[in-house]
Structure formats: C-alpha cells, structure tokens
Design a protein around this ligand. Sequence first.
Ligand code: FMN
Length: 244
Amino acid sequence: MTALRPEFPAAGPMSSAEHTSRLTWQNAPMHLNLSADEVLTTTRSVRKRLDFDRPVEREIVEECLELALQAPTGSNSQGWHWVVIEDAAKKKALADIYKKNFEMYINMPGRVYAEGDMRSAQIGAVRNSAMYLSDNFHKSPLMLIPCIEGRLDNLPSFATASAWGSLLPAVWSFMLALRERGMGSAWTTIHMMNGGEEEAANLLGIPHANISQGGLFPIAYTVGTDFKPAKRLPVSSVLHWDKW
Ligand SMILES: Cc1cc2nc3c(=O)[nH]c(=O)nc-3n(C[C@H](O)[C@H](O)[C@H](O)COP(=O)(O)O)c2cc1C
C-alpha cells in the first residue's frame, strides 16, 4: 500500500469536495505510532470528543478502508459495502432517524446489574455520552454505514454468524485504523430500530431487499488523542475452559 503523501494544493479554485479531500502539509494525517496493544486497548467509543469542526479527508477514509479490507471474510466472499456520507442534508436526515429512535431507546427499561457490578457505575456516563451523540450526530464530518450482501432476517444462526463475521471484524479494523491516525468513531445501531434501517436505505439508495446494514458510525478527528483502556469485567468471569 502506498503511504499518504501530503501535497501542496494546486493553484486555482477548488470545489468543496476537493477542499475537504485534498491533503496539505497542514492537514496531513498524523500517525500516533501506538503499539498494537495500545491501539487495541484505547480505541474507545468516541462521542463527546469528536471534533466536528475539522474536515476529514477522503483519502484517509480510503486508506483506513484498505487496511480494514484485510479482515477475514467468509468463503472469501468479500460481500461488504461501505457507504460514506458527507452530504450535509443526508447526514441530518440520518441523525434525525437516529435521534427519533434514541429517544425511545433511552426511555426503555435498561438491564439491571447486581449490587457492586461495575457496569451499574458506568451507566450514567455512557447514557450521558450517548445523549450527546444523539443531539450532535449530524455535525460529524462524515458518517459510515457498513453493509453486507444479503438480508439476514430469520436465517439460521450459522448463516447470520457467517454474514456478520464477514463484516464486523473489518468495521473494527477500520475503527482501529482511525485511532492510529488521531481519529475516532462510535459503534451505533440504534438508527436501525423501528424501520429506521429501511428509511436510511431509501435515503441513500441502498437496496434494502438484498443488503443488510451493520450500523451507523460517525467519523471525525478526536479532540486530543489520549484515550485510556476501559474498565471491563475480569477475564476470569467470562472465560470457560473445556466446559461452561
Ligand atoms: C453492537 C453495538 C451497538 C452499539 N450501539 C450503540 C448506539 O446505538 N449508540 C451509542 O451511543 N453507543 C452504542 N454502542 C457503544 C457502546 O455503548 C460502547 O461500546 C460501550 O459503552 C463500551 O464503551 P467503549 O466502546 O468506549 O469501550 C454500541 C456498541 C456495540 C458493540
């Protein structure tokens, strides 16, 4: 793969698409040079620290996608498709679908955890951060809807596991590649509730009868690049050797 090489913009007027996609010495992508383990442990769901004011260059999305497409794909089918949205009106329409569903979701009774479970202590911060994203999603410089060929409704688990397994590792690789370049995203699926997946498909011309969406992802530079490992349940509480 060729590395991105910053260039000075050529003389003459630029369209707004060229303007946001052209790399210059000023906006060339930085590499944080994180170790693999650092990338794996510090790629968070970024919501409040998405930089809505800094445009994201198309070339960086393409570079991250080139890396992401190295992920495994069942039977080497490579049935993934990547819809990146930069049109402001379409971003607003998607954010509206998301927000309508989010307002319903956030008022639904949530899971209750046992006394002392760390997830109870984390709920407030996650809700607060999620509310911020819902209110501001339309400001993302770019949005991404990763898709997989096929409709997966009512299929046996072998088929759904194989289909999602042929998309989601690549999506995560994409997020890791963003992180290494000082960018961030947040995994979201709420836009798909209540027919929202089909509404988004109609908006973007995605053939809903044959294509399944994997989620809706903001893409932005992050405000600062210091992210910490999350507190998770201990491995010992979820690891099973030889039997459940
Ligand atoms: C399948 C899936 C769906 C998710 N859906 C949403 C969502 O719709 N909105 C949102 O704000 N976060 C969503 N999240 C992000 C989780 O809230 C987040 O991963 C979790 O709180 C842990 O935080 P971390 O990713 O920073 O470690 C989703 C994550 C996954 C894996």
